[in-house]
Write a protein of this length. Structure first.
Length: 282
């Protein structure tokens, strides 16, 4: 999981044949090193087709997801393991390198109370079993802490580290996101410092989830901290342009955050690439 990638939400949130063909062609045209595939419906994925298209384009892939409400790990750990097992099997069949994201719960999962020990025990148990299956497939398995408005379970880099060290699986990693870090960390780079021993992947997302460089994220602090810890993992641009209503609701995205693909890819992508080069990350 190295190099510069982009989340498939730039072009599609449906990883069907059409979504696959479009996203891979677009990512290739922009010279991306890898795609982060939004694997929201693993049942509907044509893994054989995806692998053929990805391999033909020499495009590497990472998959990400959030759990559907019926199988939130805090409440239904067995259901979560079943869903994650299918998703991991599809990742392996597509030739992806990892599954990450809010694999421990749902986007928009909140009880109105702090996470209970019983909830965290359920999450840890489910992730332990899923990480074991991922390892049997040769896959890395990541967890992404997200902000308090999207979950009450894991919000910061240190919480993700605690969960991974509790589980003790050597194929698990922390996946940070600058949008969430900007809300939750004591300083925006603090999560990077806290997670440095486990950090292998980061979402580069602007403060409004729109065009990188056009918001308030302290990018020099982010890239400086990544350089300081010797980061050599995946750098994935994530800007939400194509959001289906059910996902937009969980993310609280109520308005356009950019005028479209051209604004993000022609302004935001060069901005991030230049910063990464400046700090010796690519």
């Amino acid at each position: 999981m190295q190099g510069f990638g982009v989340h498939t939400s730039m072009w599609t949130m449906s990883w069907d044949r059409n979504g696959c063909d479009k996203a891979v062609a677009k990512a290739t045209s922009y010279g991306m090193d890898f795609l982060e595939i939004a694997l929201l419906d693993p049942h509907g994925v044509d893994a054989r087709h995806s692998r053929q298209v990805l391999e033909a384009a020499e495009m590497r892939a990472v998959c990400s997801l959030g759990l559907p409400q019926a199988v939130w790990a805090s409440q239904n750990p067995d259901g979560a393991v079943k869903f994650l097992t299918l998703a991991l099997d599809q990742c392996a069949a597509m030739g992806a390198e990892a599954l990450s994201g809010v694999v421990y719960g749902g986007i928009g999962e909140r009880t109105g109370q702090p996470a209970t020990q019983a909830e965290l025990d359920n999450v840890a148990g489910a992730l332990t079993r899923a990480a074991r299956h991922a390892k049997s497939l040769g896959l890395q398995f990541g967890i992404e802490p997200v902000n308090r408005y999207e979950t009450h379970l894991l919000n910061t880099g240190w919480q993700a580290v605690e969960m991974i060290e509790w589980i003790g699986a050597d194929n698990m990693f922390v996946h940070l996101d600058t949008y969430h870090m900007n809300i939750e960390e004591k300083g925006i780079a603090q999560g990077i410092i806290d997670a440095r021993d486990h950090l292998r992947y980061i979402h580069l997302s602007e403060s409004d989830r729109g065009t990188p460089g056009a918001g308030t994220i302290a990018w020099d602090e982010i890239f400086g901290a990544l350089r300081a810890i010797g980061f050599r993992g995946g750098l994935a641009m994530e800007s939400f342009i194509n959001m289906p209503p059910e996902i937009a609701n969980g993310l609280s995205v109520w308005r356009p955050v950019a005028s479209g693909e051209a604004e993000v890819m022609e302004n935001g992508l060069p901005f991030l690439r230049n910063k990464a080069r400046q700090y010796g990350l690519i």
